[in-house]
Every structure is written in structure tokens, then in C-alpha cells.
Design a protein around this ligand. Structure first.
Ligand code: HEC
Length: 105
């Protein structure tokens, strides 16, 4: 969680903001995001390889681009554990480095 918070501050905060709420219609929220909390694989994939094209988060359409951030698998696991357990989110099935390593583009 602590390592994940550092990754978040360094790589994610500029778009998804300190409170995880993002910017409506431009940067989707992570706080209480149905996408993040129900599409675990797709969320990891988005962080690992980038995400573009239309997605729907909490009923709102987003069609923007998130570039891959160049993170290592362990950093992706850490940041996933941070964002899925912050701002009211709660996930007791922790993401591991090995789970991230198995996700392909
Ligand atoms: C340059 C801005 C930017 C940065 C930096 C960024 N994102 Fe994103 N993120 C986006 C955009 C834009 C989308 C939606 C892309 C689309 O419309 O397909 C997105 C989508 C997502 C999603 C899936 C949708 C959701 O809201 O649940 C997750 C999860 C996510 N980002 C996590 C992260 C994490 C973790 C980091 C840091 C490691 C990060 N992002 C850094 C802009 C950014």
C-alpha cells in the first residue's frame, strides 16, 4: 500500500487526481469506479499496456488515451493494491506480481 501510494503520486495523480475522482468525461475516476472494481484484468492491462478507445465507467463514456507508463510488474501490483483500497474502495483479494506478469496485451 505504501509503495503503491508512491507509484500513484509519481505516475497517476496528474490525471486521476489526489482524491481518485479524475476529471468528468476526460479522466475516469478510480474512486468507487465500477470498472476498476469489477474488471480486475482489464484494469491491470490498462496500467500495464495503456488503454484507449471507448470505455464506460460508472455509466459515463470515456474515449481518451492513457499511455503505458513503463512500470514494472511489482509496481503495477503495488499501485493496484493502493487504488483498489483507497477512497472508499475495498479489495481483500490482493494483486500479486505473478498475477500481473501473466496478463498479456
Ligand atoms: C495522462 C493521464 C493519465 C495518467 C498519467 C494515468 N491515467 Fe489512467 N486513465 C487515463 C484515461 C484517459 C483513461 C481512460 C482511457 C479510455 O478512455 O479508454 C484511464 C483509465 C484508467 C483505468 C480504467 C478505468 C477506471 O477509471 O477504472 C484505470 C484502472 C487507470 N486508468 C489507472 C491508472 C493508474 C494506476 C495510473 C498510474 C500508474 C494511471 N491510470 C495513470 C488517464 C491517465
Amino acid at each position: 500500500m505504501t509503495r503503491g501510494e508512491t507509484v500513484y503520486s509519481n505516475f497517476c495523480i496528474t490525471c486521476h487526481l489526489p482524491n481518485g475522482k479524475g476529471v468528468a468525461k476526460i479522466f475516469p475516476p478510480l474512486a468507487k469506479s465500477d470498472y476498476l472494481m469489477t474488471k480486475r484484468r482489464a484494469s491491470i492491462k490498462a496500467i500495464k499496456y495503456g488503454q484507449s478507445g471507448e470505455i464506460i465507467v460508472n455509466g459515463q463514456k470515456y474515449n481518451n488515451v492513457m499511455s503505458p507508463l513503463g512500470l514494472e510488474d511489482d509496481e503495477i501490483a503495488d499501485v493496484m493494491n493502493y487504488i483498489t483500497n483507497s477512497w472508499g474502495n475495498s479489495n481483500d483479494k490482493l494483486i500479486t506480481e505473478s498475477e500481473v506478469s501473466k496478463i498479456e496485451p
